[in-house]
Design a protein around this ligand. Structure first.
Ligand SMILES: *Cc1c(COP(=O)(O)O)cnc(C)c1O
Ligand code: SF4
Length: 369
């Protein structure tokens, strides 16, 4: 395996099919092209066997140092801790499989439903909440059946929004994506399709002007991508986002708070500022779920709220994400704000901590009898 800087000279680099054909799929290849073979801990092979390595050459090229702590390297390189989780970590802590009326469809909230379109990804993020689906050694569950999924949606008029998820839905062939989006927009009560894809970050070459136009042809489409660190946003990503926006597709971002990678207010601020500079609206900042193989990335809610509190007082409102986490067993999302109200009296005098830390009174209207 050549060092990534040499691979980058290949004329195929800007073609997403070339990137997928040259996906880095083994620990040895990843270490070789990052030139970290000598620094690699000896016992990572069983980890890579349980949770396989995958990364696009583009994503690997974003690493700035041949260093295990680099925020790109740390998101794709296996770690021993993945096999030694605490006992409350589970394969499917959110019980997604229970809220699944039809295989491949998760319908938890009344007005929106999520379609698991594929289990393939261009990068295997070590913190992934759907890590369980990478495991090819388990008996495969029933294959998603598009006709059954579409029939369910047609008969549930309360569904207004469809979220295409995975895996990464943007890895499907163009025609397959186009047919699915066309079928969804043909359902009268569906207002919009939201695509959850990490490809604007890990494989931005996917979003050519022609492909973006195909995505947007049938009705409103939104893109929710996934960047965790400013270093992940490249000129190629900026181009992809511009192509999406020009096609009429707004772009949002969801971040996972990751210990050792982005768990400081300064790192989060750099990320959020880089996002708005790239015309991406920060949407969610998630606390990591108790997913088996990812416990070492979880910061704890108190640490997370301290970081969010600092963001709230030091950064443009445009750049602010909503902080949220998921309750186990299908309890759903909880959005949480750091407490700013000092005491809440029955009525009248309400007091808050302002952005400088001072106590302030807020004038309420006179109470009606
Ligand atoms: C997070 C999630 C959604 C989307 O929630 P939003 O708050 O609208 O982003 C939908 N369905 C499931 C099952 C989810 O976990
Ligand atoms: S791209 Fe998303 S679904 Fe795929 S491995 Fe990363 S976090 Fe998981």
């Amino acid at each position: 395996m050549k060092p990534i800087s040499e691979l980058q000279q290949h004329p195929g680099w800007t073609d997403w099919h070339w990137q997928m054909k040259h996906l880095i799929r083994s620990l040895d290849d990843l270490a070789a092209c990052l030139q970290i073979t000598a620094d690699l801990p000896a016992d990572l092979t069983p980890v890579a066997k349980r949770y396989p390595v995958a990364a696009t050459p583009h994503y690997v090229s974003l690493a700035q140092a041949a260093d295990l702590q680099d925020p790109i390297v740390a998101q794709i390189l296996p770690r021993r801790e993945e096999l030694t989780d605490e006992t409350d970590a589970r394969d499917d802590p959110l019980a997604e499989e229970r809220d699944s009326p039809v295989p491949g469809l998760i319908h938890r909230y009344p007005d929106r439903a999520l379609v698991v379109t594929t289990s393939a990804c261009a990068v295997h993020c070590r913190h992934c909440m759907r890590k369980r689906s990478w495991d090819c050694t388990r008996p495969s569950r029933e294959k998603p059946n598009r006709d059954r999924i579409l029939a369910y949606m047609r008969s549930h008029k309360e569904i207004k929004e469809i979220i295409l998820s995975g895996g990464d839905p943007m890895l499907l062939p163009d025609a397959s994506i186009e047919t699915l989006i066309a079928a969804l927009h043909a359902i009268p009560h569906i207002d919009l399709v939201r695509i959850g894809s990490r490809l604007p970050v890990v494989l931005p070459q996917r979003f050519t002007p022609a492909f973006c136009a195909r995505l947007a042809r049938y009705g409103p489409v939104w893109m929710a991508t996934h960047a965790n660190h400013a270093q992940e946003l490249s000129p190629a990503s900026e181009k992809a986002v511009l192509n999406l926006l020009r096609a009429g597709i707004p772009v949002l971002n969801q971040t996972v708070l990751l210990k050792g990678i982005n768990d400081s207010a300064a790192t989060q601020r750099d990320l959020c500022r880089a996002l708005v500079k790239h015309r991406i609206k920060p949407y969610y900042l998630f606390h990591g779920d108790p997913v088996a193989g990812t416990t070492h990335f979880r910061t704890g809610l108190n640490r997370a709220l301290d970081i969010v509190d600092e963001l709230r007082t030091t950064m443009s409102g445009l750049a602010q994400p909503t902080f949220a986490f998921d309750l186990p067993d299908g309890g759903g999302k909880i959005r949480l704000e750091p407490a700013r109200e000092i005491v809440r009296p029955p009525e009248g005098d309400r007091r808050f901590r302002d952005f400088r830390g001072f106590e302030r009174h807020y004038p309420e209207p006179p109470q009606q009898a």
